[in-house]
Design a protein around this ligand. Structure first.
Ligand SMILES: [Zn+2]
Length: 268
């Protein structure tokens, strides 16, 4: 059957003498892999359309009982030029797509996730600074789409506004996010399990506020969201623990490590 869908190219590898196997995240079918015959020939009809971090319109010969589909045609919709030419943007986009690749199963359709991925790439493409904010925002919003939406402004237990006069607030991943002091004291963390379950037992009020904005603010506003390095480190650590807790299969992102090596102290 011939099918058409928009897709983002996740990765591409050599196959036989002149072909490629390309993994796509598609709007209609979720993640799938397909062979692009002759894609490595000098005058291939695919041109640059099979480059990772590109949004394309894809025509596939698709069979349900087959693991590897066949690309008939592939045309660039959005090339994301600055992502391909500016290293911090490339690292941010790679981190987003690597997370997507690791945490989705083959052929699980999720149009909301497709929209989040392409909106995130577009925001990275347009950003002037703070591009790593989009990775954090993606991680939070990805979790929310899968039903793990953390609470950063209200107590996850009683629903009261969590901001108190305290500069640090209890944060418990196993209980859904921030806790007001009354709820935190009502069921204290078991000794020894806190670190493994939830990372820090408390986080700064300012970290919670930044996390809340990363989760809820318009994506295109996040380029102007700056914060102190101590807040950046704490939110990074909080998010790592959060993702590890909810997605046990998640491995450390290769691209994120590269990014940190390249930008000392840098969450901005
Ligand atoms: Zn409470």
């Amino acid at each position: 059957m011939i099918v058409r869908t928009d897709a983002v190219v996740l990765k591409s590898m050599r196959f036989r003498d002149t072909s490629k196997i390309v993994t796509f995240y598609t709007r209609k079918f979720g993640k799938l892999a397909a062979v692009a015959k002759g894609a490595r020939e000098p005058k291939s009809k695919f041109g640059a359309a099979l480059e990772p971090m590109t949004e394309v319109h894809l025509v596939l010969y698709k069979k349900d009982q087959r693991d590897l589909q066949l690309v008939s045609q592939c045309d660039i919709l959005r090339p994301f030029k600055t992502i391909h030419s500016e290293m911090p943007k490339m690292e941010a986009a790679m981190s987003v797509l690597e997370l997507l690749h690791q945490l989705t199963h083959d052929e699980e359709e999720n149009p909301a996730l497709y929209r989040l991925v392409t909106d995130t790439l577009e925001a990275v493409e347009q950003a002037e600074k703070n591009v790593y904010n989009f990775v954090y925002a993606f991680e939070l919003r990805f979790s929310a789409l899968f039903g793990f939406s953390p609470s950063f402004d209200r107590c996850a237990s009683c629903g009261r506004p969590a901001a108190e006069n305290n500069p640090r607030i209890a944060f418990r991943i196993d209980r859904g996010g921030l806790l007001c002091s009354a709820c935190a004291e009502a069921r204290p963390m078991q000794r020894g399990t806190g670190r493994r379950l939830s990372g820090a037992a408390t986080i700064k009020l300012s970290t919670a506020q930044i996390l809340h904005r990363l989760l809820t603010a318009r994506l295109d506003s996040l380029s102007s969201l700056g914060y102190h390095e101590s807040v950046g480190n704490e939110l990074d650590e909080t998010l790592r623990s959060y993702l590890r807790y909810h997605f046990e299969q998640l491995r450390p992102l290769k691209s994120a490590g590269v990014f940190r090596m390249m930008s000392p102290g840098g969450h901005r």
